[in-house]
Design a protein around this ligand. Structure first.
Ligand code: CA
Ligand code: CA
Ligand code: CA
Ligand code: CA
Length: 471
């Protein structure tokens, strides 16, 4: 499936890389790839038409940081996405180094967590994941931080412009060994939250409609109490009654939780898919634009795995160059970097404290096994495609929105990524492969507040931006 094109990354040195996000850092309307570094600099990789070039300035590069996870979202409603960088200089429990919440004012970035008015908000518990969550659906996002050995945090901006922790008010302030997070409307018509815990039951938080949550993992069949859950993404499988959950485990069985009528989940991973391995991240995306998502498992020190929907079932398919049997995968993300309508795959590697290593064995500064990033593309084909970018009322990417695309009578559903896999966030675009279809009958966009917009017969083979509907 994949051909390596890592040579397109300028100055691609061995390093300890972890999480990745895809966001418009410089405000020019095009997305950059932001790659965190553990005791090394964060990268902001910008496509210059032929290569990915690092454009990070000193503040965002933050070379002294121990960055593990990253997420982007518009916290203050100015239409630009802020960046939350989770630092962990310990594997679990109390940590020394605080996190960063970078915000841009004009052309000037600053760390909101370093401002005097936010003193006391610093996160001093080690963690692994951060994602964006618009729990009220009003277009002003919070960041959920999954702690390891402390309660989950939810950083939001108050009306007075100060950061506050709304986790207790929202009812998500539980203590676990937090790993992968996923936030989208997959249980209710508002943004729900799934959280993997390594070595303990997962959390499934259903939005009660008012931005508060009830935890129902056990009753819905996804608690999986002794499970080594690490990474999670949403899957649109043929015939599924709603989004399925693909959960990758660190040295445990992989799960494909499919939602049944009534709301319960059933694990449908067959023995080949569930085979244990050191899974560090998972991605569901239609890489070949045939109209069906592939399921990608990024493993740490073992060959990666890829499953495609072939002959009415999930089958292991050949990864090509992206098998990388010696890759110490940490995070991975997809984006259409060159704008040709086919997704590229970027894989981060390394072995820092919060990355691929198992719980509790942190090396701290200077350890680990540095490796360069790797970038993959797929072969050109004649399949059609349509990419949809819904915007919030403020003009930022509407992460957590859901887009349905009907072509040739078949309906596909994607969510706009607010955070998934592990440590990562994908591009905030609903990407649809169309196979041999040459037209789309209908697009339906549903924002996190329940607002919907219908687009009949949209043009295909392009990126379609869908603004929030006017009053
Ligand atoms: Ca940009
Ligand atoms: Ca903003
Ligand atoms: Ca496909
Ligand atoms: Ca591409």
């Amino acid at each position: 499936m994949f051909f390596e094109c890592s040579r397109l990354i300028d100055g691609n040195q061995p390093r300890l890389s972890n999480g990745i996000t895809v966001t418009d850092v410089d405000g020019d309307g095009a997305f950059e790839l932001v790659v965190t570094g553990y005791a090394t600099n964060n990268l902001i990789l910008k496509w210059d038409g032929s290569r990915l070039v690092d454009v990070a300035g000193p503040l965002l590069a933050d070379p002294s940081g121990c960055a593990v996870a990253i997420a982007a979202a518009d916290v203050d409603g100015d239409g630009r996405e802020e960046l939350y960088v989770l630092n962990s200089d310990r594997a679990s429990g109390p940590k020394e180094m605080g996190d960063r919440l970078f915000a841009c004012f004009g052309k000037h970035w600053l760390d909101l967590l370093a401002q005097p008015e936010n003193a006391g908000m610093a996160n001093r518990v080690a963690g692994r994941s951060v994602i964006a969550m618009d729990r009220h659906g009003h277009g002003r996002y919070g960041f959920v931080v999954a702690a390891d050995g402390g309660p989950f945090r939810l950083f939001e901006l108050s009306r007075r412009g100060r950061l506050e922790d709304a986790a207790e008010e929202a009812g998500i302030d539980l203590i676990g060994a937090g790993r992968g997070l996923l936030a989208l409307p997959f249980l209710s018509d508002r943004v729900d939250l799934f959280a993997c815990n390594e070595g303990g039951p997962n959390f499934l938080f259903r939005n009660l409609g008012d931005g508060t949550y009830e935890e129902i993992a056990e009753e819905r069949g996804v608690a999986d109490s002794r499970f080594a859950g690490r990474a999670v993404t949403a899957v649109d499988g043929p015939g599924y009654g709603g989004f399925g959950l693909l959960v990758g485990a660190w040295e445990g069985p992989q799960r494909l939780f499919v939602q049944r009528s009534g709301g319960g989940f059933v694990d449908e991973a067959d023995p080949e898919m569930s085979f244990p391995g050191r899974v560090s991240s998972v991605i569901a995306a239609d890489f070949d634009n045939d109209g069906y998502e592939e399921l990608f498992f990024n493993l740490h020190g073992e060959p990666n795995r890829l499953f495609g929907w072939r002959d009415d079932r999930w089958q292991a398919i050949d990864l090509g160059d992206a098998a990388e049997p010696k890759g110490l995968g940490t995070g991975a993300a997809v984006a259409d970097i060159d704008g040709d309508g086919r997704l590229e795959l970027l894989i981060a590697h390394g072995n820092g404290v919060g990355g691929g290593h198992g719980a509790g064995h942190g090396g701290g500064h200077g350890g680990g096994s540095p490796q360069p990033l790797s970038l993959y593309r797929t072969a050109a084909n004649h399949n059609g495609w349509l990419r949809v970018l819904p915007l919030t009322p403020y003009g930022a990417p509407a992460r957590g929105a859901v887009v349905a695309c009907t072509a040739n009578g078949r309906r596909q559903v994607r969510s706009v990524c607010a955070g998934s896999g592990y440590l990562c966030q994908m591009e905030p675009v609903a990407h649809f492969g169309l196979g041999s279809a040459r037209s789309v009958e209908r697009l339906e966009v549903r924002w996190p507040d329940g607002m919907t917009a219908i687009v009949e017969n949209p043009p295909i083979d392009r990126l379609l931006t869908v603004p929030y509907p006017p009053e």
